[in-house]
Design a protein around this ligand. Structure first.
Ligand SMILES: [Fe+2]
Length: 282
């Protein structure tokens, strides 16, 4: 794929690209088609130097899909689908740490997450991504066959990292809601899903959200889920986005996972996020 209207620079061998030379508020059809192509090709695109108001975030996000509702953080005044991710200097825990794909515990999880940086630490606060399609491709045929027959039970309870309630207690800078309902969000999705846009298969399983394989006990499931998590985040499947104020990153939740690095205590970081494109994983 060639790019004529936008400047595309890969961030790593497996996934991720930085995009310059575009104002997402004003994209003609050709420019949007190149941005969308870059999204599908690189899975994570960090579009630099944007100046966006919440209305702009809504309109660029809608190009990727209809807004998804996030159950656990209250939306911004007038923008129920956008919420702020804030870590204050005195806080020590962050939001989004630990590898996962977003809200896999919903019946129709969002195909993309759009995250816009407003305030970034002088250093640190990067986000890591991994390519779960490349991780799938690297498996043996026998493992692929077996996983292709399995479904995963995904829960919002954060059972294996201390529970959602304890997580919510320590992210004080954010408008948390719905903690009590966390355990009621549960969805069963295939462990291997196929992207309807590219036809490529990808792993759709995480230590954070997948509590067991459907039809198996948690004890039976855990070792393989743990192994798959470690496999997916092998360094050669990853890239890293370094944020600057004005960076708008869009990632494909169908074939990536991400983890927000918590290495900037004492500094403030503030982002705005929306998830879009509800889709039944298949
Ligand atoms: Fe996330």
């Amino acid at each position: 794929m060639s790019y004529d209207r936008i400047e595309v620079r890969p961030l790593a061998g497996s996934l991720g690209a930085e995009i310059r030379g575009v104002d997402v508020r004003r994209m003609d059809n050709q420019t949007w088609s190149e941005v969308h192509q870059a999204f599908l090709e690189f899975r994570v695109i960090a579009i630099r130097d944007q100046q966006l108001q919440p209305d702009d975030i809504m309109s660029v996000s809608r190009r990727f899909g209809e807004p998804n509702f996030y159950p656990f953080v209250t939306g911004m005044e007038g923008y129920p689908y956008i919420f702020e991710i804030v870590k204050e200097p005195q806080e020590t825990r962050n939001f989004g740490g630990g590898w996962h794909s977003d809200t896999t515990y919903l019946a129709q999880p969002p195909l993309a997450t759009v995250l816009y940086a407003l305030e970034t630490p002088a250093k640190g606060g990067d986000t890591l991504y991994c390519n779960t399609a490349a991780a799938y491709d690297a498996l043996s045929d026998t493992m692929k066959d077996m996983l292709g027959r399995l479904k995963g039970v995904n829960s919002a309870g954060l059972k294996h990292s201390g529970g959602r309630a304890s997580h919510h207690k320590v992210i004080g800078g954010m408008k948390i809601q719905g903690t009590e309902q966390a355990d009621t969000y549960e969805a069963i999705h295939p462990i291997v899903r196929t992207c309807p846009d590219t036809g490529r298969k990808a792993l759709y399983v995480s230590r954070a959200h997948t509590i067991r394989f459907d039809g198996m006990t948690e004890d039976e499931s855990r070792p393989l889920i743990e192994w798959l998590q470690q496999h997916q985040i092998r360094p050669e499947f990853t890239c890293r986005v370094q944020w600057e104020p004005g960076t708008l990153t869009v990632w494909d939740n169908r074939c990536t996972q991400h983890s927000a690095i918590n290495d900037y205590n004492g500094q403030r970081r503030r982002m705005q996020r929306i998830t879009v494109g509800p889709q039944i994983p298949a």
